[in-house]
Design a protein around this ligand. Sequence first.
Ligand code: VG1
Ligand code: CO
Length: 545
Amino acid sequence: MTEVNVIHINSPFLDQKPGTSGLRKSTLKFQEQHYLEVFIEAILLSLENIQGSTLVVGGDGRYGNIEAIEKIVQICVAHEVGKVIVPKDGLLSTPATSNLIRKENAVGGIILSASHNPGGIDGDFGVKLNIANGGPAPEIITNQIFKSTQSLTSYKISKIKLPDFSQYGSFNYGETTLEIIDGLKDYSALMEKIFDFDQISDFLKKDFSLIFDAMNAVTGPYAKNIFVEKMGLSNDCVMNGDPLKDFGGLHPDPNLTYAAHLADLLLNKKSYSFGAACDGDGDRNMILGRGCFVNPSDSLAVITANTTCVPGYKEGISGVARSMPTSSAVDIVASALNIPCFETPTGWKFFGNLLDSNLITICGEESFGTGSNHVREKDGLWAVLYWLQILAEKNCSVSDLIKNHWRQFGRNYYSRHDYEAIPSNIANQIFDKLSSMLPTLIGTNFAGNLVKDADNFSYLDPVDNSISENQGLRVILEDNSRVILRLSGTGTKGATLRLYFEKFINPKQNLSLNPQIALKPLIDDIDNLLNISKLTKMETPTVIT
Ligand code: VG1
Ligand code: CO
């Protein structure tokens, strides 16, 4: 028997509900005594039949990763979890975790990551729970976890001495086996099953230069394994490829602001044919061509329109889904393919039921997330390989592919404006103002058009009939242009306001405008209505996508 210590604490513990993807706080907060432990205890209590079952535990390598894994293993031993699977060095991307949970029939997985938030002692840390299907825990479970953090007065831990996580091995502690495994192998094997690596590598070796930016986060080892070891490309096709505790000071959010160096290489210097980046935990992707940025909403539409290029989807797809703020570009493709298209709230957990019941095969979000039924998370490297496979099959450039797509389907001009870390009262004031105005906007003039509909999006899950309300304010015009306003659930400082703009143009109209110009009437009119720049004292948003 291993000794079990019962540690008494003062409740309630959490001051706030976990957000869109788990609990995210400053690294310092997570260093506070018992903070992580209580949350893990609540997670284990929420999983039924944890005794004797299998759990996957890994993270994106940020500051505190290994220490957190050690504590989690000790708590698992006290709860007599049957098997805890930990990757070597504790490094496991979010999509690879999802895959491992499914492959090992685990009851779930714990991912230590604050995703695209900065890391290090001054950065953020986070804990995400994924359930047996490999996907993020649905609200019913996260609510239950929150509830138990409010009433817990103790947690159980076995203070056993643990091995060095830099070596493979199997270790027994009481009723629990700890397995330290290769975190890359199963993921790469899955990618090799979906994509034709030979075709991609031949194409890349011909005259199509690739640069992949891992942003000093978890995808470095995966990208090297796939592009260098398996495809035989040179080492320098992966930049920032070693996971660092503080991501080398980078903010591992793959967008034009935080991956500015990569954007400069592709858009200004035009040094490569193809560039891509992933976020801290490897579930997001940004795709760039020579002189060309691919908007994530367009990426989802292109991926959906080209399934016949990719071996894993040659049989066809059952349907697609996008989050509400994502542009309707994919809806147009779905209608041409005669397959259903679902509109869900923001957050990957809403795709789980649709994927599990085979109503959809492919899904995505405007926030640089795309994925399919191969796992239950968005998958950054999967999207990169998907794009490369289409380009290899069509033997064309990124810019040709996207332009041809617009010529066939039309273009959904799209942009997202983020006002990050603004005072919460200001963010709430702006949100509440639009919220209270919604009914009065219908029928009025907006950006030279009539407002057709204005509401707060709510979602009825077609599989379990659950209803999720308050998922974003929408102003929809007669030509189906949209302005959407949401408050972020993943920031840790103040509040982050997100504004989303969309306008559709048919193939005969001007397809090559700068989106900020094409969308200017919408951008100006929402600012006139809500005084955002004045209230936030920001002339421009923090991030424009
Ligand atoms: C953001 C994105 C959302 C995404 C979520 C988690 O949420 O907008 O689309 O699902 O991050 O992504 P919010 O609430 O801040 O807008 V990740 O890469 O952190 O798992
Ligand atoms: Co992420």
